[in-house]
Design a protein around this ligand. Structure first.
Ligand code: CTP
Ligand code: CA
Length: 225
């Protein structure tokens, strides 16, 4: 198949893609967030739609324009993301967790703005763990035969950490990127290795996020029954 020609190999399939970074509120004006732009998740949503899939895109704080022909669900926190994924996943052939989910959230939410107090240092912020959505749906698939894909950004021992994470999460595919200057956060390009639970390793050279997305869908399509 020539590059640029889209084969509708995901026709009749429903895919759920999460994108962006969750935000964990401290008070009505502040949150703990992360640097995820959501561009990779949006590229996955666009390319899946172009390949014929029905797409549910669950987005967290990206500010990106809505892709055409995609159902969008907007959420804020990791707990809300979990609810949205668990709601959409029973009807999905594929779940791709491209969102950067906050590992921790503030234990308490101040319903009024936290104010400075004269001559006093601030109270420490106590954090608690968020649920691990990818591990949960990988262990207990909302639909039999569903393909589950995770993402991981690593700074050191990228492949070894990626292999260990794939095993720990129990997903079918894990897209591992090395976090670097030009790469990943906010950029239009990406470079990655896609690890399979079957031991496969698919390197994706530095290039547009669409190209990585197409490779992910190729690998997913070959795993769909
Ligand atoms: N993920 C998730 N729920 C969480 C944290 C992460 O579903 N609470 C998903 C992400 O969407 C991603 C994958 O798990 O697809 C890997 O995220 P990552 O942050 O690399 O993994 P962690 O297990 O949180 O490990 P680390 O301590 O390295 O952050
Ligand atoms: Ca994490």
């Amino acid at each position: 198949l020539a590059r640029g020609v889209t084969e509708p190999d995901l026709a009749g399939r429903h895919v759920v893609v999460t994108a962006g970074g969750t935000r964990e509120p401290l008070d009505p004006v502040r949150f703990l967030g992360n640097r995820s732009s959501g561009k990779q998740g949006y590229a996955l949503a666009r390319t899946a739609a172009a390949r014929g899939a029905r797409v549910t895109l669950i987005e967290a704080g990206t500010g990106l324009p809505d892709p055409a022909g995609v159902d969008i669900v907007r959420i804020g926190t990791a707990v809300q993301l979990r609810e949205a994924v668990l709601k959409a996943a029973p009807d999905a052939d594929v779940v791709v967790m491209a969102a950067a989910v906050a590992d921790f959230r503030p234990r308490t939410y101040a319903s009024g703005k936290i104010k400075k107090k004269d001559g006093q240092e601030p109270e420490p912020i106590v954090l608690v763990r968020n649920p691990d959505i990818l591990a949960e749906i990988s262990a207990d698939r909302p639909r039999p035969g569903q393909v589950v894909v995770g993402f991981a950004a690593e700074t050191d021992d990228v492949l070894a950490n990626g292999r260990a994470k794939l095993a720990r999460k129990g997903c079918d595919l894990l897209v591992v990127n090395e976090v670097g200057e030009r790469k990943t956060f906010g950029s239009e390009e990406n470079e990655a290795v896609v690890l399979g639970a079957d031991g496969s390793e698919t390197p994706v050279p530095y290039g547009p996020k669409e190209a990585l997305a197409e490779t992910v869908w190729d690998l997913v399509a070959s795993r769909l029954g």
